[in-house]
Each structure stands twice: as C-alpha cells, then as structure tokens.
Design a protein around this ligand. Sequence first.
Ligand SMILES: *[C@@H]1O[C@H](CO)[C@@H](O)[C@H](O)[C@H]1NC(C)=O
Length: 182
Amino acid sequence: MASLQSFLYVAVVAVLVLSPSRATALKRSTPMQAAPSPLVESVCKSNAVGDYNSCVKALSCPQAAAATNPKALTTVVLKLAREDAKATIGQILNLLKTGPSPALDQCLKNYQSAVNSFKMVANELREDPMSANYDVKVNTDLADECDRALAAARVTAPQLTAANQSLRRFAMIGFEVTSQLQ
Ligand SMILES: *[C@@H]1O[C@H](CO)[C@@H](O)[C@H](O)[C@H]1NC(C)=O
C-alpha cells in the first residue's frame, strides 16, 4: 500500500514537472507583469517620470503594449489618465458623502479640470504637439493645489494619496511621451 502511494506521489510530481501545458498555466497565473514594449520602456526610463516600476505598471495594458509610435502611445496615456482622474472623482464624491469639506470640493474641481485637460490635450495632438506637451504637465499643478487644500484642512485619506501620485505620474508620463512627438 505504502509503495503504491509513493508510486502515485512520484507519478503526480512527474506529471506536474514534465507537463508543458501545466507549466504554461502556472506561468500565466503568476501575477508578474509582461515585459514592457521598447517604447513604454524608453518613456518610463526618463528621469521626469519618476519611479520606473510604477510607470510600467500604470502602462501595463494591451493598448499601451500595442502602441508602436509616440503618437499612438500618447493617445493611450491620455485615455488612461482620464479614466484614472474620473475614478478619483468617484472617490472624492464618496468621501464627501460623510460630510461637507471645502478641501474636498477644491480637489473635486481639480480632478474635473484634469479630466478636461487630458481631453483637451488629446485634441491638440495633431495640430500643436508643443502646446500638448506644455499643457499636459500643468496637471501636476492641479495635484499640488488639491494637496495644499487637504494639508491646510488636515484631511488625509489613502485614496487621495494614491490619486495624488497617480495624477502626477500620468501628467509626467504625458509630458515625456508628447516630448517625443516633436
Ligand atoms: C502628494 O505628492 C507630493 C509629492 O510626492 C507629496 O509631497 C504630498 O505629500 C502628497 N500629498 C498627499 C495628500 O498624499
């Protein structure tokens, strides 16, 4: 009986180790991200963008991976940036449900402006890449302004800390990728 059990054990281990489809399935379920495209890598390596890994993570979607020129990647970046700022608006509205806060109102305005800005920059791309490059960076000022309002009112929330980093990151990724358009 014992030897049958050990035979089965060895057989199962052998199947697990040797079966290529099983190995692939294991690899696929590993939460590691795919290697970035050369273009994403070059954008994320720029000093302006800050932390390389966070940048790669922010751009780890099939659309960004498929973008093979700066213009295509800019379009993807601006879309991701808009979606991210919209998600932050939802979080601010949730926080506001617990009570009025002029600081949160300020932040709400700023993230709405960010959504509009990323939309405007997307429209500028073809006609005026230099303005797009300047305008997208201005979003870091919107993050600063919200930040100052929160600090003055002593409001802290992990969602807003993450949103702050994320808006700055997308603004600087946008700045870097639009600087490759000219
Ligand atoms: C926003 O980010 C800046 C720069 O990293 C930091 O100084 C500031 O404390 C952050 N604010 C919030 C609310 O997390």
